[in-house]
Design a binder for this molecule. Structure first.
Ligand SMILES: [Fe+2]
Ligand SMILES: [Fe+2]
Length: 328
């Protein structure tokens, strides 16, 4: 049987449990938080006072912080790219409305609230150039992404397990920075987003765990493939208006490194967590090729640490069109 057919069979086999997994990892729509829970109520007479407070508190946050928050928001707002990508993964049946496509739709519904709440907050903050941000978002959706997972569910679930943890880390760190500057409301908003990301990370990690249980060698090969080619960030095509594709991503990522929101050490930490979570050292029944892939993966964190220690992040802030330094 071809590798593709085995994957399809595995996806079909696991599909019967997806409903239970949705119940385990996602929160019913009627009870989950909504963006308005963290924003001024525009029907209330107190609305303008609350907006005023948001704008006052926003004054205490520095330039690099806004760049990172904007970049995080744009990454969330490019959700159409991620949903359409996942809907096209082998075994995800949009037309048949199977369990996997239900997962993708429900996951998307939860994720959609992230960009929504951050977008509204940024609009009210008065600290950013919304039109420039909107243009970047439109560019990013138009440019799509290229994450090297193909339509392979194994590779895609490695990618999403990794990415959900990465977004947990960055939203959580932004929450901490906001709290340190006395901005409790923004901190709460980012913390609750990070909570969603953690649940999603746990779900995707369980999908991979279940695949390891039935197809260990091919799951190992897929993990190896993804880590060898490196996990690219979903917003790696980021550009500002008038810029070339990808031209803004490195500066955004340098800014996130500089303020400690997401660093190359975090990348290594995530890899280590995945190795531990999937008990990579204990997986049995591997082919010779998969054994070699496992060896590579186990040694990878220390190899990457040596490289990361030598890396230097530029100290100067890049001037993004999204945040006007004049307003600082
Ligand atoms: Fe998200
Ligand atoms: Fe997420």
């Amino acid at each position: 049987m071809s590798l593709k057919n085995v994957r399809l069979e595995v996806m079909q086999f696991l599909e019967k449990d997806v409903d239970a997994l949705i119940e385990k990892y996602l929160i019913p729509i009627e009870t989950i938080w909504q963006p308005t829970d963290f924003l001024p109520d525009s029907e209330s007479p107190k609305f303008f006072d609350e907006v005023k407070e948001i704008r006052e508190l926003a004054k205490d946050l520095p330039y690099d912080f806004w760049v990172v928050l904007v970049g995080d928001m744009i990454t969330e707002e490019a959700l159409p790219t991620y949903e359409s990508w996942l809907m096209d993964v082998e075994g995800v049946g949009q037309i048949e409305r199977n369990g996997w496509s239900k997962w993708v739709r429900h996951w998307t519904g939860e994720e959609n609230r992230h960009g929504d709440v951050l977008n509204k907050y940024l609009y009210l903050s008065g600290r950013v150039n919304m039109r420039e941000i909107e243009k970047t978002t439109q560019h990013l959706i138009a440019d799509g992404f290229d994450i090297g997972t193909d339509r392979d569910p194994y590779k895609n679930f490695v990618y999403t397990s990794f990415q959900e943890l990465a977004t947990y880390i960055s939203h959580n760190r932004v929450a901490k920075l906001a709290k340190e500057r006395g901005n409790k409301q923004l901190s709460k908003m980012c913390r609750i987003i990070s909570g969603d990301e953690m649940r999603h990370h746990n779900a995707y990690s369980e999908f991979v765990e279940r695949i390891f249980a039935v197809d260990p060698s091919q799951m190992m090969m897929a993990f190896h493939y993804m880590m060898k080619q490196k996990i690219t960030m979903p917003a790696h095509f980021l550009r500002e208006s008038g810029g070339q594709i990808s031209s803004a991503f490195e500066e955004f990522s340098n800014t996130a490194q500089r303020i400690g929101v997401y660093t190359s050490m975090d990348y290594i930490d995530i890899l280590e967590k995945l190795l531990k979570r999937w008990e990579i050292e204990k997986v049995t029944g591997l082919t010779d090729e998969a054994e070699k892939a496992r060896d590579y993966l186990i040694k990878l964190p220390s190899r990457m640490t040596r490289i990361a220690e030598r890396m230097k992040v530029p100290e100067n802030s890049f001037e993004f069109k999204w945040v006007e330094p004049a307003k600082l």
